[in-house]
Design a protein around this ligand. Structure first.
Ligand code: PMP
Length: 305
């Protein structure tokens, strides 16, 4: 079970954790009509700060817009609300979960008559894909969402039914994560992570057109790679690139930068974290842990003792 905190932000005020409840007949329960975010608040020596808060809130606003869900708050107000709840709960490091959904109103499929509710919760949280020895992953038999079915640029709750299928299949077969292909058979992403490969010193990642979420860690790693002078290519990638690449890694708020040790039991390189992954990994962790300067202004300080 998740560790609780004291407060949850709801439509503009802080309410007790146990009072943040919805009715079973709420639209979202039946039709998956939610959009949400996952954000990390890191602890640095004598400080705490939230990673790329405005970018996460902008993506929430985008997700809501795609689903015609009017949000009564803008990016600045949502960012301020996140800071409020994190400071009120006084827990860092933590994971922050803002969510907007269609609440209790009508029960027809049409969501437009159900009220939009916004909640922001946070709780203490550690590593997701476990271990620094690398992840053993598989290619899933499930495809990612086809582009003309469920829009993957929206971080919508319903998209995670697909992620759940990928993740369960992987776990039941003894892998820590699954990689979905898009409906054309090209590499897409993990159930909750973007995918990067390295071959011949070039960094490859799957483009947004291949049914991926526009990951904020992905965009951060692309920025770091350019700054480190690494050649970056965003293009459709065939599955077998996973088997012949020198390095592979996942990025995500939860996964951070996690290298892949094997894919479908085929070793990636020699199974250890390769030099380009390591350079990006060290830059990323240096910035979020405060041992390197926050040169891209990615951290929003919060007052958590
Ligand atoms: N893809 C999917 C499907 C995800 O759920 C996530 C996690 N939000 C990511 C990629 C990584 O995105 P981010 O770096 O913004 O967490």
């Amino acid at each position: 079970p998740i560790q609780t905190t004291t407060n949850i932000w709801h439509n503009g005020s802080l309410i007790p954790w146990d009072k943040a409840q919805i009715h079973v007949m709420s639209h979202v329960v039946h039709y998956g009509s939610s959009v949400f975010e996952g954000i990390r608040c890191y602890a640095q020596p004598n400080a705490a700060s939230i990673f790329r808060l405005p970018e996460h809130m902008a993506r929430l606003v985008d997700s809501a817009k795609i689903y015609r869900m009017p949000l009564p708050y803008n990016v600045e107000q949502l960012s301020a609300a996140v800071i409020d709840v994190v400071e009120a709960n006084g827990v860092a490091p933590c994971y922050i979960r803002p969510i907007a959904f269609r609440g209790y109103g009508e029960l027809g499929v049409n969501p437009l008559k159900s009220p939009v509710e916004v909640y922001i919760a946070n709780y203490p949280w550690g590593k997701y894909v476990p271990g620094t020895s690398g992840a053993d992953v598989c290619v899933s038999s499930w495809s990612r969402l086809a582009p003309n079915t469920m829009p993957t640029l929206a971080k919508a709750g319903a998209n995670y039914m697909n992620s759940q299928l990928i993740r369960m299949e992987a776990e039941i077969n003894g892998y820590s994560e699954g990689i979905g292909l898009d409906t054309n058979g090209y590499l897409s992403e993990g159930s909750g992570e973007n995918l990067f490969l390295v071959r011949g010193g070039v960094l490859y990642t799957t483009p947004l057109a291949n049914s991926v979420l526009n990951g904020i860690t992905r965009s951060s790693v692309l920025t770091l790679a350019k700054q480190l002078g690494i050649e970056v290519v965003e293009q459709a990638l065939p599955r077998e690139m996973l088997y012949i690449c020198d390095e592979a890694f996942f990025t995500g708020t939860a996964a951070e930068v996690t290298h892949l040790r094997s894919v479908d039991r085929i070793m990636v390189g020699d199974g250890t974290m390769g030099p380009i992954t390591k350079a990006l990994h060290d830059e990323f962790f240096g910035i979020v842990h405060g041992t390197l300067p926050d040169r891209h202004n990615w951290l929003t300080p919060v007052n958590v003792k």
